[in-house]
Design a binder for this molecule. Structure first.
Ligand SMILES: [Cu+2]
Length: 430
């Protein structure tokens, strides 16, 4: 549920940050709604301003705004947040308006936007509007185009959204730490003509990663490459919501990559084309069919397909280490090594010790290993036919006949028509 933190309330006692904003300043700020849970929120139908077909942010939400004298005004609050990464694991992150990533900002080509940014972090920050064409002084690079926003202060950014497309926002202040802590958000600028590039379902999420030691809550911010918590919108499977789609719908999925490596994102059962990048829309003549799109570091891609095959279709990063959780990477390979004698000896010292990996690691999907609190198993998630042996950057696109146009509720597992599931070969059927 969304709760509203009122900045306009008279009693300054309600908010620690309010005392840092002068009364005159506070009276002119739009409210800054916060989201308290990590579930996918329904699309925000625009209540005013230019009309558009809204997006759905996977395990996230869209930031409400107010219209003031022709300006669309948003209020972002940079602050420490607690984010559930998946049921059973919470992390201490930095984000915006109660969540990491922050809320999606949606507007329309030609909109005059005014974005207030209140800094409630323990250090300075800025926001860079990645991919948006704007005046140099609004670009948000601390020290280069503006002073860093000190802790406790509110800055304002004003610019016209000149072109439609797929963008994101993130700090350009102490960038390594602030992004490693989860500061980022999505921006969608819709075309002025709502029928241009229109699709039926338009999903967005950011690809991000953390290095969180098993049993701890705060990411290690100095990690350069060896991350272990591979997320979509700061969630890992089985905590990532399914993408629910009505059979026959035209579907767009927009993704941005703010990790330190590329991600080949693969969908099953369908072919898609890349239709938009952070540089703009791809002309029809330049599109080609794919089932995997490589997401370069610091880039955005939108892919589109027609959902013409019902079922539960896997949708995941194809780097196999990225569909794992809580993984330590200094583990020796034990396949084919007889560990029986060793395990007995170690067991005298450590009664819980288990020999692992002798016949592959599929057992990880099923067994109950003793893990520190606030740690997710490496492979988890149960499907209708057994353990999925996946974690991290994995979810399912659920395509179903007969859903309502605006129905995003999880329809449960797919019921396969008789005789359409792979089966054990029992010899020639007569
Ligand atoms: Cu990946």
């Amino acid at each position: 549920m969304m709760s509203r933190r009122q900045f306009l309330i008279g009693s300054g006692a309600a908010l620690a940050g309010a005392a840092l904003v002068s009364r005159a300043q506070a009276a002119s700020l739009p409210e800054a709604p916060v989201l308290e849970k990590a579930a996918t929120q329904p699309p925000l139908i625009p209540p005013n301003g230019r009309p558009y077909q809204p997006v759905v942010t996977l395990n996230g939400w869209t930031l409400p705004w107010r219209m003031k004298a022709g300006w669309k005004e948003f209020h972002l609050i940079a602050e420490p947040v607690r984010r559930e990464i998946a049921p059973g694991m919470t992390a201490n992150l930095w984000g915006y308006n109660g969540q990491s990533p922050g809320p999606t900002i949606e507007c329309v080509e030609g909109d005059k936007v005014r974005i207030f940014v209140t800094n409630k972090l323990p250090e300075h920050t800025t926001i860079h509007w990645h991919g948006v064409l704007l005046p140099n002084g609004m670009d948000g690079v601390g020290g280069l185009t503006q002073p860093h926003i000190p802790a406790g202060r509110t800055y304002v950014y004003e610019f016209v959204m000149k072109h439609s497309g797929t963008f994101m926002y993130h700090p350009h202040s102490d960038e390594m730490v602030q992004m490693a802590m989860g500061m980022m958000g999505f921006i969608v600028v819709h075309p002025k003509d709502p029928d241009r590039y229109r699709v039926d379902r338009d999903f967005v999420f950011l690809i991000n990663a953390f290095d969180i030691e098993p049993g701890s809550f705060t990411p290690r911010v100095n990690t350069m490459l060896d991350f272990n918590t591979w997320c979509w919108n700061s969630r890992v499977f089985p905590g990532i919501d399914p993408l629910v789609v009505r059979m026959g719908d035209r579907v767009r999925i927009r993704m941005g990559n703010l990790t330190m490596t590329n991600h080949p994102i693969h969908i099953h059962g369908h072919r898609f084309s890349v239709t938009c990048t952070d540089g703009g829309w791809v002309p029809q003549s330049a599109r080609w069919p794919e089932t995997t799109v490589d997401m370069p570091i610091g880039s955005l891609r939108a892919v589109e397909f027609t959902a013409d095959a019902p079922g539960d279709w896997a949708f995941h990063c194809h780097k196999s280490h990225h569909v794992m959780n809580a993984m330590g990477h200094g583990v020796p390979t034990m396949i084919g090594v007889d560990q029986r004698g060793v395990a007995e000896k170690i067991n005298r010292l450590l009664p819980d010790y288990m020999a692992m990996g002798e016949r592959g690691m599929a057992e990880m999907g099923e067994m109950e290993m003793p893990l520190p609190d606030n740690t997710l198993p490496m492979m988890s998630g149960q499907g209708p036919f057994g353990p999925l042996e996946m974690g991290g950057m994995f979810t399912v696109v659920k395509i179903r006949q007969g859903l309502a146009r605006d129905d995003y509720n999880d329809p449960g597992w797919y019921r396969h028509p008789e005789g359409t599931v792979a089966r054990e070969w029992a010899g020639e059927e007569k």
